[in-house]
Design a protein around this ligand. Sequence first.
Ligand code: FES
Length: 150
Amino acid sequence: MPAHQFILNGQSVSVELPSDVPLLWVLRDVLGVKGPKYGCGVGVCGACTSHLDGEAFRPCIHPVGELTGREVMTIEGLGASGLHPVQEAWIAEDVAQCGFCQPGQIMAAVALLRTNVQPSDADIDAAMSDNVCRCGTYVRIRAAIKRAAL
Ligand code: FES
């Protein structure tokens, strides 16, 4: 079985698996990294949103064989050395309800703010519209992104 080496939350990891296993399964079931959630498994809900080389991506549709030498960050890495300002804003705005989608929401928000430091409501809605929240926390998500952008 091929070995796949990549950087996960700042640490080098190597896994021996078929190349077509989606990264989300590797993270959750092999490496025990549970922050990225399984929602749809086909790249449409955003629950697994993490970062690949600093940009938002969906590990459920990226096979582990694509990742050699690349850098993956999950919500665990984002908060590893203290809460990120976006996480602090999430707490201040009391965003989470059931919480299931929130790691993916936060990772998408961090990626948005890296490229747009003062997003408008329309910018936020456009960037976040593919991250689904069954509890409907969208108004608080928008408020938290605006708070983090201050
Ligand atoms: Fe990855 Fe839905 S579980 S986008």
